[in-house]
Design a protein around this ligand. Structure first.
Ligand SMILES: NC(=O)c1ccc[n+]([C@@H]2O[C@H](COP(=O)([O-])OP(=O)(O)OC[C@H]3O[C@@H](n4cnc5c(N)ncnc54)[C@H](OP(=O)(O)O)[C@@H]3O)[C@@H](O)[C@H]2O)c1
Length: 312
């Protein structure tokens, strides 16, 4: 059974091969551009950004496993074989790293991290007081999927008063569940910190608009770890400048890398990180892909399958 690896191109292949040999000793691991591979022998592909048209050239392909949570690079190719299951990366390390980052970001907003960093840079003794204690802080998570649900549980365990918003109702102990457009208003009204973990779909573009940001309580903070396209940056900057919002921690941007002259870098209420919230190790991702392939081989349902109709 041949697994073809495209992720991280040639430079990463030997390391991926090592990880997959440990995780799935029965698979034959081959490099994506190996001229000796017969396309008919390829049953599985592990990829991040395959060149358009390539995935449709494997006549016996059984499953595509994405090396990342986002699958835009795959599904924007109009020829990708939609009858073949496409599985998004869902290893536990991705969710753990994301929930660690979200906890840090929420604490950074409460502690006014940009002001603390400025004080250190300018050698100023500035006794910043935390905006809120953890039990006083109501966090709202937009998107309660693999990453949102794990982050919500970890925030709850820290003592934050935690709620989530999603399309379908969730029942996680100690986490209030809000659903759909009719429950968005009460959800936003109770979010002292709003964390965005929505997927990138046509409905979520500019989801964090001027109107929705205005519905957050005065002094609220924003953590965006979903997609850069979720935020109307002009509206966010205006809400920070007016004092309606107290701070933002932003990890994702419409154009990455963020341009060196982008005003967000120097905004006194913004922490910028370089799309680093959650990248799992190759070992963990290979183990996850191997477990998905094994489930498929047993005839079990594969987890975390991309649904072209929902768009995530
Ligand atoms: N910054 C980073 O380093 C990093 C790393 C990995 C991933 N990400 C990003 O994190 C985001 C979340 O990933 P994930 O794997 O957790 O996604 P996921 O498992 O697909 O979960 C998506 C969640 O959003 C909800 N949702 C989708 N459309 C909605 C709508 N129109 N209205 C209300 N709720 C909606 C879904 O509701 P249902 O549960 O009801 O379906 C689900 O709870 C993605 O944008 C991904 O690209 C960022």
């Amino acid at each position: 059974m041949t697994l073809l690896i495209e992720a991280d191109r040639e430079a990463g292949f030997l390391d991926w091969q090592r990880c997959f040999r440990e995780a799935a000793p029965d698979l034959k691991i081959r490099w994506w551009a190996d001229p000796e591979v017969d396309p008919a022998e390829v049953l599985y592909v592990f990829c991040y950004a395959p060149e358009p048209g390539r995935l449709s050239r494997f006549p016996n392909l059984r499953l595509i496993c994405s090396a990342s949570v986002g699958v835009d690079n795959i599904v924007t190719d109009g020829t990708w074989p939609t009858h073949v299951p496409l599985v998004r990366m869902g290893c536990s390390e991705t969710a753990q790293r994301m929930s660690d980052y979200v906890a840090w970001a929420c604490l950074s907003i409460n502690l006014n991290l940009p002001r603390i960093a400025l004080a250190q840079r300018t050698r100023t003794w500035d006794k910043v007081t935390a905006l809120r204690t953890i039990p006083e802080t109501r966090v709202g998570i937009l998107g309660m999927g693999n990453l949102g649900a794990k982050a919500a549980q970890s925030l709850r365990d820290f003592g934050f008063s935690t709620a989530g918003w999603s399309r379908t109702r969730k029942s996680l102990p100690g986490i209030e569940s809000f659903v759909g457009s009719e429950e968005l208003q009460p959800f936003l009204q109770r979010a002292d910190i709003l964390v965005c973990l929505l997927p990138g779909t046509p409905e979520t573009v500019r989801f964090l608009s001027e109107d929705r940001l205005a519905r957050l309580p005065v002094g609220a903070g924003l953590v965006n770890v979903g997609r850069g396209s979720h935020v109307d940056v002009e509206a966010l900057t205006a809400a920070l400048d007016s004092g309606h919002l107290s701070g933002a921690v932003l990890d994702v941007f419409e154009t990455e890398p963020l341009a060196a002259d982008d005003p967000l870098w120097g905004h006194p209420k913004v922490v910028v990180t370089s799309h680093l919230a959650s990248t799992a190790s190759r070992e963990s991702r290979a183990r996850y892909a191997a477990s998905v392939i094994a489930a498929f081989e047993r005839g079990d349902d594969v987890p975390n399958r991309f649904d072209p109709v929902r768009g995530y």
